[in-house]
Design a protein. Structure first.
Length: 575
């Protein structure tokens, strides 16, 4: 907003310290009559944070659903009057059918690419990983290899002096990071920016950020447990809880060389996590298990869930052909929408042929096996408007891999779910779906046509699943603010208060052994106090035994006569 011809409305609020207000750019206003201006002033006095704009950098280094979320966040902040620029890594293979072009009349994009040769190699590796997922092989070593690729890309990003200098010259007030990728934190630290961390999954994904997580009822990430645990479930949860920091340390080790190469003092990633001004999670308690939160955490799940708009005439014609039977939406996510794994495709296709519903399946028609004829009730599409289809009155079921965005859209529109978890947090996500009563789960190895078709029929014909989904929908939509508005409000609070240090407890800066008081066990006195150990301590003055104890310890052979009582020692005589 530059130019001398523009009018500005400048309001100074004395309730905020001067140093707490960062550099902002005032928004342009139009002329009002006196009564309207009075109302506007009263509104601004009550909500001062809505009157100033900040310069925000959003960091998106992964494609697929991660890009869709960061795109929505960037656009939401732009609509709220902020100047937004997204750093977007191009050439990431994890999404098909969607262009990385941002939105017209919205935020700006700075794109970066790792180079054509590397992208080709990475795409080939990633395609093989997708096939392994569909075979039911989700291996932690494969995930470490994936993190190794992200670390290599991070090294290239921090080595690009033109990119780094260009971002530094923008003088951003704040960065919003995709917290799934540790490189986002290294980049923000390298640029010297304050940042808000947005995690695209559930609350239990990062043990190092210090959320209270009692093992008795808060399931650890990847434990595939609900909050209703029996004895052995709690034992398993404790074991997973002890292993979780080890797994996180192995992930961070992939980025060790990046820190050593680009920083004089390599940063410790958990310390960077603790320096975030705010943590926002893509979850909602309509689907998430209840658990304690800290002041620096907010739940903004459902950013991609919107009221449905009419679908295209082509899709509407297909849907109307099945009348009251309705239709099923099928998508295995942005990562696995077109993987050529024929045995699974054949079983799913045969299962769809055995049900009376229409099926809109997100699968690229050109990648469909040429000798496999799609079932008559199946429509293959390269890209589908998932939110609008789920909001259609004839939508009966969502078949999904269990991605968080898809599940929250199903919750928003009250549609039952058949989950086929493939990797990562999808197993835990679908545990929540089953526990809440809105769906069932089949493993990839269980996708036989008879089981597949009978499970779909059960989910649609048993009205209890629909009733549970509608109940969760009411909970999800009965919020005073939309997820986007909730996130904007908190970030603007951070901007106006000068940071989020007042929200962060000391535990974020403590080593894990201090947080759990394990260092106290080194003190022998503390151990004796807890265990009741009465062994003498040479550091303490020795207490003399009581007369009764002395008498009990004297040998009978010392008595001159069985009926004679031994004489008390002189020191024990009463005074």
């Amino acid at each position: 907003m530059e130019g001398s011809s523009q009018e500005y409305l400048c309001i100074k609020f004395s309730v905020l310290p001067k140093q707490a207000i960062p550099r902002y750019r005032a928004k342009r206003t139009r002329s009002f009559d006196m009564s309207r201006l009075t109302l506007v002033l009263l509104f601004l006095l009550e909500y001062p944070m809505l009157q100033e704009s900040a310069k925000v950098l959003t960091v998106c280094l992964i494609g697929g659903s991660h890009y869709m979320l960061m795109d929505e966040i960037s656009h939401t902040f732009y609509k709220s009057g902020h100047e937004v620029r997204m750093l977007l890594q191009m050439g990431n293979p994890v999404i098909r059918g969607l262009d990385y072009v941002g939105r017209p009349n919205s935020y700006q994009i700075t794109s970066w690419s790792a180079g054509e040769m590397y992208i080709k190699e990475y795409n080939a590796w990633f395609l093989e990983q997708q096939k392994e997922f569909l075979r039911g092989r989700d291996d932690f070593n494969n995930f470490l290899n994936f993190m190794g690729h992200l670390a290599y890309q991070c090294d290239l990003i921090l080595s690009d002096s033109d990119l780094i200098d260009g971002l530094r010259n923008e003088s951003f007030d704040l960065a919003i990071l995709d917290a799934f990728n540790p490189c986002s934190f290294l980049l923000a630290h390298f640029l010297g920016l304050r940042y808000v961390a947005f995690y695209p999954g559930t609350l239990n994904g990062l043990p190092s950020i210090g959320l209270p997580s009692p093992f008795s009822y808060v399931p650890v990430f990847n434990s595939q447990l609900s909050d209703h645990m029996g004895f052995w479930g709690r034992v398993k949860n404790v074991v997973w809880g002890l292993l979780s920091p080890v797994a996180e340390r192995l992930i961070h080790a992939q980025f060790k060389h990046v820190g050593e190469r680009h920083f004089s003092t390599p940063p410790f990633l958990p310390h960077l996590y603790g320096q975030a001004e705010l943590w926002a999670f893509n979850t909602d308690f309509s689907l998430e298990f209840p658990q304690p939160l800290m002041p620096y955490t907010v739940c903004v799940g459902g950013l991609l869930s919107k009221p449905a708009v009419p679908v295209s005439q082509e899709l509407e014609d297909f849907i109307s052909g099945y009348g009251e039977e309705g239709f099923v939406v099928v998508t295995l996510g942005s990562m696995l929408s077109s993987v050529p794994l024929e045995p699974i495709l054949r079983e799913m296709n045969a299962g769809f042929a055995a049900v009376p519903y229409g099926v809109i399946w997100r699968y690229h028609p050109l990648r469909w096996p040429p000798h496999l004829q799609p079932a008559p009730n199946v429509k293959l599409v390269e890209w589908l408007p998932q939110n609008d289809l789920l909001g259609h009155s004839k939508a009966r079921l969502l078949v999904t891999h269990g991605g968080q965005n898809s599940l929250l859209q199903a919750v928003y529109h009250g549609v039952p779910v058949l989950g086929v978890p493939l990797f990562g947090d999808q197993f835990d996500n679908l545990v929540r779906v089953e526990a809440k009563g809105m769906g069932l789960v089949l493993k990839p190895t269980e996708l036989q046509r008879e089981v597949f078709s009978s499970t779909m029929k059960r989910l649609i014909e048993d009205r209890r699943f629909k009733a549970s989904a509608m109940g969760l929908s009411r909970i999800h939509q009965s919020q005073p603010l939309t997820p986007g508005a909730h996130l904007v409000r908190w970030v603007e609070h951070i901007l106006h208060s000068g940071g989020g240090s007042h929200l962060r407890p000391r535990s974020l800066q403590q080593p894990w052994y201090q947080r759990w008081l394990l260092d106290c066990g080194k003190q022998r006195r503390f151990v004796r106090l807890c265990t009741g150990n009465r062994q003498p301590d040479p550091a303490l003055p020795q207490m003399r035994p009581s007369p009764s104890r002395l008498t009990a310890s004297v040998s009978p052979s010392l008595y001159p006569h069985p009926k004679t009582t031994p004489k008390r020692p002189a020191w024990s005589q009463p005074h």
